[in-house]
Design a protein around this ligand. Structure first.
Ligand SMILES: [Zn+2]
Length: 108
């Protein structure tokens, strides 16, 4: 029933722009809605999941890559860009993976 409603949807659920060839079916619980790419990037449940993944994976990667320096009490200036970059990688991977997985091609 819900998939029929989603298949007939021609506009973005958030900004009401006409959906082109690519649309993104994002879910929050049982609710499924189609979004344009821009609104897909801003979909709050997906952003929250990506932030949680970035927090967990970024912390592990930082511990692996910079843990010896941090435990020794050193904090070289290079860590000011390395650590945020380490956290941003899993965020980008999780977001890209979620959007690619949610992509629905128009079947006309
Ligand atoms: Zn939109």
């Amino acid at each position: 029933m819900a998939s029929v409603a989603v298949a007939a949807q021609t506009t973005c659920s958030r900004c009401h722009a006409t959906l082109g060839g690519s649309r993104y079916e994002l879910r929050a619980g049982e609710e499924r809605r189609l979004h344009c790419l821009r609104c897909g990037f801003l979909y709050p449940p997906m952003v929250r999941r990506s932030l949680l993944i970035a927090l967990l994976v970024g912390t592990v990667l930082t511990a692996i890559n910079q843990g010896n320096l941090l435990v020794a009490g050193d904090f070289p200036a290079a860590l000011y860009w390395k650590i945020p970059l380490t956290y941003s990688v899993p965020f980008c991977v999780a977001t890209t993976g979620a959007l690619l997985n949610a992509r629905v091609r128009r079947s006309l």
